[in-house]
Ligand binder design. Sequence first.
Ligand SMILES: CCCCCCCCCCCCCCCC(=O)SCCNC(=O)CCNC(=O)[C@H](O)C(C)(C)COP(=O)(O)OP(=O)(O)OC[C@H]1O[C@@H](n2cnc3c(N)ncnc32)[C@H](O)[C@@H]1OP(=O)(O)O
Length: 124
Amino acid sequence: MATDVAFDARHRGAPGLAHGGAISAACDDLFGFVLYLVQEIAVTRTLTVNYLAPVPLGQPHRITARLQRRQGRRLHLEATGTGHDDVTRFTAEALFLVVDREHFTPHGADADVLAMFNRPPEHR
Ligand SMILES: CCCCCCCCCCCCCCCC(=O)SCCNC(=O)CCNC(=O)[C@H](O)C(C)(C)COP(=O)(O)OP(=O)(O)OC[C@H]1O[C@@H](n2cnc3c(N)ncnc32)[C@H](O)[C@@H]1OP(=O)(O)O
């Protein structure tokens, strides 16, 4: 699973550079999309981002994410973020834990929760 992201002024940390939290969110979000490929309902338990080099605003980066391995309820995911200049500026590792549908039902409207299981959210 891959996406192309160019961080912009909304994601600014230091001048001209992406905020680490925005990079982390992008990785976590893409991991969420991998769940549709592996057809598992799961949530992030841990997320580690390795910030290898500053990420300039406005420069597209391809984030590639995949399921690295599975151990019971544990899904180990990994991602890399690489610029068009072939420089990998960040990597991420996450532990997702498989949950049942009831994890979500106390919090969201039933129709919204059902829709999330059927297709990835469109705003993402
Ligand atoms: C049908 C088609 C579907 C299509 C696809 C739908 C997708 C549909 C979801 C989309 C959504 C995602 C969106 C994006 C990703 C977010 O943004 S998710 C949001 C952020 N994350 C959260 O809110 C999670 C909050 N945390 C929790 O709710 C609970 O901690 C959890 C994750 C449900 C786990 O609680 P729990 O079930 O009580 O689990 P717990 O007993 O603590 O641990 C379970 C196992 O994992 C192990 N474990 C726990 N922590 C660790 C650790 N750090 N290291 C190693 N092992 C660990 C435990 O030892 C335990 O092992 P076993 O005893 O089973 O051998």
